[in-house]
Design a protein around this ligand. Structure first.
Ligand SMILES: CCC(=O)OC[C@H](C)CC[C@H]1O[C@H]2C[C@H]3[C@@H]4CC=C5C[C@@H](O)CC[C@]5(C)[C@H]4CC[C@]3(C)[C@H]2[C@@H]1C
Length: 420
């Protein structure tokens, strides 16, 4: 591996890693020429699967309620997002890479056009904003007007090195998926992950523990992740269990369905609590689904806050492996940011978020939006704690903060300068 000596010294620096990823000067070959702000596009690369639940309106031949069929279709979409989120760099760049650290107010917008043969998907628009720099928080809003779908969420991570040299990453945030014509919403929480292969300069992600999906129709799913592990096991493995409600998940044998396989490939489904085998019906084969390419304006047409324009020179330096250019161009961006913060401090102002706002649920009625109701149905904490934290879990003890980032769709729809 080129630059293995610089990697060795880099790995040594990991030993004193203090949790702030930006503090690490990783060698060029491990740097992605992409800002972390872009990563939230992975929530909607499979627009066919994102839209599919809204196409289910009648009871199927197996007489399953439409809401249950839609829950299964949402789980298919969720699995596809995992493949995008956690394997895209490995499949395009050869391994996981270190993304650029977004600056406050960095924007990333784009659209997926309808590639279906009957036009049932319509256009899907993406609006990402780096809403916080300390700590780094990315908020995203995805709109599919034709089927009246809004997907919004935000992401923050806390990273730490493990004694065995892998990077443990806990995620904060969640996604809220709304099918407005059906008056149906879903709360989707995030898995924890760790990066293996750091010591051999070929890092890749494995998901771990659990994430949850709660439907406003009551259906509740747990998705448990296991990696290659020590015993025989395929990478990217998961087991999903679908219940009529959270309460049913506490009782033995109440699974409506069990789904097992690889979230990046094929999975099978069986009714009830028994784990399906490959002779059971195929649930989905994500590797056979087509991810769509996001359409992003050419850099010369972008606003100065837009990610690919702002980072263009740094990205060029990463592509040519020129550490001097990377350092010089990154410093320009960082110095400009320091200047901005200084001016704001002197003027007694703070940076105004553009399309997102912090919502403090402790000050709002429960039915302010779908979040509190869905979290309660799923016995999930509404506090600002790591995603997928259950209500009453030790992580939330003492935390009083109930603020979360929310998409202000009206502001985005009124946007005149940063256009898709
Ligand atoms: C340990 C320090 C270091 O720089 O090591 C370099 C190595 C490439 C590993 C660290 C970086 O690995 C990257 C992977 C990134 C996650 C990938 C996907 C997602 C999903 C998305 O929806 C939210 C963000 C998230 C969790 C990324 C967070 C940042 C990660 C862990 C990068 C690490 C700095």
């Amino acid at each position: 591996m080129s630059g293995s000596s610089s990697w060795t010294s880099f790995v040594k620096s990991l030993a004193s890693y203090n949790g702030d990823l930006a503090s690490l000067t990783a060698p060029p070959f491990i740097l992605a020429p992409t800002s972390l702000a872009e990563y939230s596009q992975y929530w909607a690369e499979y627009t066919e699967l994102l839209v599919a639940p809204t196409q289910i309106k009648t009871v199927g031949e197996d007489k399953e309620p439409v809401e249950l069929q839609r829950m299964l279709a949402v789980i298919r979409w969720y699995l596809a997002t995992l493949k995008s989120q956690y394997t895209s760099r490995a499949s395009t760049l050869g391994s996981e890479k270190k993304p650029l650290n977004p600056f406050l107010g960095e924007l990333f917008v784009g659209k997926w056009v309808d590639e279906s043969d009957d036009g049932h998907i319509g256009e899907t628009d993406l609006a990402i904003e780096q809403v916080s720099h300390h700590p780094p928080i990315t908020a995203y809003g995805i709109e599919n007007k034709k089927n009246n779908i809004v997907l919004q969420g935000y992401n923050r991570i806390k990273a730490s090195m493990s004694a065995t040299g892998s990077l443990n990453v806990r995620q904060f945030g969640h996604s809220i998926l709304e099918f407005k014509d059906l008056n149906e919403q879903y709360l989707v929480t995030l898995p924890h992950l760790h990066l293996e292969g750091l010591l051999v300069a070929a890092p890749f992600i494995e998901l771990e523990q659990k994430s949850y999906i709660q439907s406003s129709a009551g259906y509740y799913a747990t998705i448990e992740f296991t990696g290659r592990g020590y015993f025989y096991g395929k990478k990217n493995s998961f087991k999903a269990k679908v219940y009529k409600s959270y309460e049913d998940s506490l009782k033995k044998g109440k699974e409506l369905y069990t789904i097992t396989g690889q979230w990046s490939g094929a999975s099978n489904i069986a009714k009830g609590s028994s784990s399906p085998t490959s002779s059971d019906p195929l649930f989905v084969d994500i590797s056979k689904q087509k991810a769509q390419t996001l359409q992003v304006k050419p850099i010369e047409k972008q606003h100065e806050l837009e990610s690919r324009r702002a980072w263009a020179k740094v990205a060029e330096g990463i592509k040519t492996g020129d550490m001097n250019v990377i350092h010089a161009e990154k410093s320009k961006i960082e110095n400009a940011q320091r200047e901005l913060r200084l001016k704001e401090k002197e003027a007694g102002t703070t940076w105004q978020n553009r399309w997102y706002e912090q919502v403090d649920y402790s000050k709002l009625p429960e039915d302010h939006d779908a979040f509190v109701k869905l979290a309660k149905l799923a016995n999930l904490s509404i506090k600002n704690v790591p995603s997928s934290t259950l209500k009453g879990d030790s992580k939330e003890d003492g935390v009083t903060d109930e603020t979360h980032w929310r998409f202000n769709r009206a502001k985005f729809d009124k946007e005149t300068e940063v256009l898709i």
